[in-house]
Design a protein around this ligand. Structure first.
Ligand code: TXA
Ligand code: MG
Length: 355
């Protein structure tokens, strides 16, 4: 008798895996009810998909950490459907914070603010005196939160350490069987997570995580960011940034914009090495790959296009049996490219070097 059969016969109560529902626009009421009942529901935003639980339900919030396999010292974002909802939980906002909100909400800017003591549980904030607040630019999700009637937590809806999900299918891939449902809003627009800025009192006015809302855009609205003295011993301000992130299982190496570097890399690797290149390089490289069966991911023409494609490409290489590794474009370091470079450099092993 095999072990499998023995287990069957013991007839113990099992933690039966759930069937995760793919929810559509017309299922919002079902999704809101499920959240209010303490279930976990993933939701679309303009950046990446989030994993929701009502903020007041401690058990559900703990379930979010469990479903993602997320370390408990990594606080969660509070996702709101309007500024009034946010203000129920926040100490009075600084002038600077108000300006940023006026300019960028709803949108992909998350603000770390002082929380009114006792209004948000320690399992959301990891015991901090601040909470990260986000008002996403996605009518489906803001309608959902309005129906729920209170904020929902919203970490990215991926298994911890993997690239964030930009489609409902990505969420299903990571969390199927672990959550009640995924509200399907199609492919997300931005493709990388929101910019996080600290506007809490007594902290430097600083970007904790770069994103689509750039340093230049923030400074144009709210004045210069503080210079940060780099103390390697200091705990990272956004705790999540210390973990290895966004990584496929297969190795990823970066190459800059130089055509000859790409040509060289192509000559040193075989068809099982996939390429992810911007439109500007595609034409120049066409002759070098003309006779090969390599997978070539086209990233598009602008930073926005590369960001939009990045996580889908990083996820796809793990699913393709014909791919062993990926060579991907790393653009020059300028303010517009900061978010894309930050995520890619966390996912990649480093620059491609010939041995
Ligand atoms: O675009 C986004 O922000 C997405 C979508 C779903 O809204 N959410 C997202 O959440 O990226 P998450 O949990 O994957 O990343 C949130 C980051 C983490 O690095 C966390 O450590 C940091 O925000 N964070 C949360 N609360 C914080 C706080 N009070 N102070 C500093 N950092 C905080
Ligand atoms: Mg995340």
């Amino acid at each position: 008798m095999t072990n499998k059969q023995t287990n069957k016969q013991t007839n113990k109560p099992t933690n039966k895996p759930k069937t995760t529902k793919l929810l559509k626009r017309e299922d919002i009421t079902d999704a809101a009810r499920a959240l209010r009942d303490g279930e976990l529901v993933a939701f679309p935003t303009e950046t990446v998909y989030g994993l929701g639980a009502v903020i007041s339900n401690e058990k559900a919030v703990k379930g979010v950490y469990a479903a993602k396999g997320r370390p408990s010292d990594n606080p969660l974002i509070m996702t709101v459907s309007d500024l009034e909802m946010a203000k129920r939980y926040l100490e009075p906002l600084s002038h600077r914070a108000e300006k940023l909100i006026k300019a960028f909400w709803p949108g992909s800017l998350t603000l770390v603010c002082d929380v009114i003591p006792g209004t948000v549980s320690d399992s959301v904030t990891s015991g901090r005196s601040t909470v990260a607040v986000r008002f996403p630019d996605d009518p489906l999700t803001t309608t959902l939160i309005k129906e729920v009637g209170e904020p929902i937590v919203g970490p990215s809806a991926n298994t911890s350490g993997k690239p964030s999900p930009t489609t409902a299918e990505h969420v299903m891939h990571d969390l199927h069987g672990k959550i009640y449902g995924v509200l399907d809003g199609g492919t997300t627009n931005v493709g990388i997570e929101s910019t996080i800025v600290d506007v809490s009192s007594g902290s430097p006015f600083a970007i904790l995580r770069p994103g689509n809302v750039t340093r230049e855009m923030i400074e144009a609205v709210a004045g210069p960011l503080d210079e940060l003295s780099v103390d390697p011993a200091a705990a990272p301000k956004a705790p999540g940034m210390k973990y290895r992130h966004y990584s496929p299982t297969k190795p990823v190496f970066t190459i800059d914009e130089r055509v000859n570097e790409w040509q060289n890399a192509i000559s040193l690797t075989d068809d099982r090495t996939a390429l992810a290149v911007p439109d500007s390089l595609l034409k120049s490289l066409a002759p070098s790959v003309a006779d090969s069966d390599r997978v070539i991911y086209q990233l598009g023409a602008t930073t926005q296009n590369w960001q939009h494609r990045l996580y889908d490409v990083l996820r796809d290489i793990d699913d393709q049996p014909t791919i062993d590794q990926l060579l991907i474009y790393l653009p020059v370091d300028n303010p517009a490219n900061e978010g894309y470079r930050n995520r890619l450099m966390k996912a990649a092993h480093g620059p491609f070097v010939k041995d």
